[in-house]
Design a protein. Structure first.
Ligand code: BG6
Ligand code: MG
Length: 217
């Protein structure tokens, strides 16, 4: 087990290690269309990193349908979306891992930097299995283990605690605004993956995780 001096890299999953963000978007878009409204890619930015039920609330808000449905109806909708989503990710393949991920994992191992997952997704274990990367992680914290979703820092703090590493020695890799906020609140370094325009909270924005290697040297 680690000591407080150790370092840890904590990875969000969807949109950081693999482009499942596009499948989340397509599944929500499908639901929106059934409900009779358009759901745009720009609106989808607000759903990234956000829990399933909270995402549904935001989606209904975009469609002007907040407060229209019972809890039971909403649960049915979330379940339907998830079914569609799982159908898509069931066929994920290792080659869909983002470029540079495996190289970066190997680099971290070599440097003795711990590797953690900090994802809001309840489907995280299935995705890691499909991508054949479960074994790289020193700890996995997913949507089944947290009570407060991002932007609450719980998911990342829990990962650090599992490894007995202090928060200031953790670096979080995130593609969502909610996740970057969570990392900041935890007192961790927050690295954005993607487009800097969408991620003003980040300490640094890079295109893929392996672009962080020079910063670790
Ligand atoms: C996050 C995604 O990783 O997980 C969100 O960015 C998603 O889009 C959330 O809503 C919850 O995922 P799931 O798989 O439990 O519905
Ligand atoms: Mg994400």
């Amino acid at each position: 087990m680690g000591n407080m001096q150790d370092k840890c890299a904590i990875f969000d999953l969807d949109g950081v290690l693999v482009d499942t963000a596009k499948y989340h978007y397509l599944a929500w878009k499908n639901l929106a269309e059934e409900l009779g409204f358009e759901f745009t890619l720009q609106q989808n930015e607000a759903l990234k990193g956000v829990s399933r039920m909270r995402s549904l609330e935001l989606l209904l808000g975009f469609g002007g349908l907040s407060d229209r449905f019972s809890q039971e109806e909403k649960e049915g909708m979330a379940e339907k979306k998830n079914k569609l989503y799982v159908e898509k990710i069931m066929h994920l393949e290792k080659k869909e891992l983002f470029a540079g991920v495996l190289d970066f994992f190997e680099y971290l191992k070599k440097k003795d930097i711990k590797i953690a997952l900090g994802s809001a997704s309840k489907n995280a274990p299935l995705i890691l299995e499909r991508l054949e990367i479960t074994g790289y992680f020193d700890t996995i914290v997913d949507g089944t283990q947290v009570s407060k979703a991002k932007p609450d820092p719980e998911v990342f703090v829990r990962a650090a605690r599992n490894l007995k590493i202090s928060c200031e020695n953790c670096i979080v890799f995130e593609d969502s605004e909610a996740g970057l906020q969570a990392a900041k609140k935890a007192g961790m370094k927050a690295i954005g993956i993607g487009n800097a325009d969408n991620l003003p909270m980040a300490d640094l924005v890079i295109g893929s995780v392996d672009q962080y290697i020079p910063y670790l040297r």
